[in-house]
Design a protein. Structure first.
Length: 212
């Protein structure tokens, strides 16, 4: 069995990336050999990353009692790391909001972006990727058009995810589906979204290559 973790990072019921998440998960039911689990960054208890977490680390080392927030942070961080550890393939369904990813998805990444987990340093200070045995899939929606040479440098959602999961962790980019321009071209929105969802379905079926 191939363990597939599908991360949902949009709490808008009518969001295009929400539809991408739902379509992908539904389509995986037609692919043999998959064990699919989901992680909704908006449904999980994910307090924001900051000094409270570092305070918790210190208290654990010294044996001090944790506050409720500190306990929640440690539990949330561990749950996120456990989810990534168990996955052979990580699928991320997310929108581009204000040129980047939703804050809740960034918090999830903050939990797992750790030396000794995603990467490690050699004695010479070189970073070594620790997740080269895993793959990841990008499912992204953006209302504007950012694939042109002029606009692409402004795109900090897909690029960020690729840099973290591919560049830092060393996961192989298995597939990428981007639906864009449905707000910029409102008269063609339904056509753009429908065509994109077919690509999402095809992406789910590509997982059969991993299980073969």
């Amino acid at each position: 069995m191939t363990n597939v973790l599908v991360i949902k990072a949009n709490n808008r019921p009518d969001g295009v990336s929400t539809q991408m998440f739902e379509t992908f998960v539904e389509e995986t039911k037609n692919v043999n050999g998959l064990n699919v689990t989901t992680y909704d960054v908006y449904e999980e208890d994910t307090p924001y990353f900051g000094q409270d977490l570092f305070n918790a680390f210190g208290k654990v080392q010294s044996g001090e009692e944790l506050t409720d927030l500190e306990s929640r942070l440690l539990a949330a961080k561990q749950k996120a790391m456990d989810a990534i550890t168990a996955a052979d393939i990580v699928v991320l369904a997310f929108p581009m909001w204000n040129l980047t990813i939703p804050a809740k998805l960034h918090t999830f990444i903050d939990y797992i972006y750790q030396a000794g987990f995603m990467f490690k340093y050699t004695p010479e200070g070189q970073a070594v990727q620790l997740m080269t045995d895993k793959k990841f899939v990008v499912l992204n929606a953006r209302g504007g058009i950012y694939s042109t040479p002029e606009a692409q440098p402004m795109e900090m959602a897909v690029n960020y995810i690729k840099n973290v999961f591919g560049g830092v962790a060393g996961m192989e980019l298995f597939d990428e589906v981007v639906i864009e321009g449905h707000n910029a071209n409102a008269d063609k929105a339904q056509e753009i979204i429908a065509e994109g969802m077919e690509r999402v379905k095809a992406s789910a079926h590509k997982l059969a290559k991993v299980t073969a």
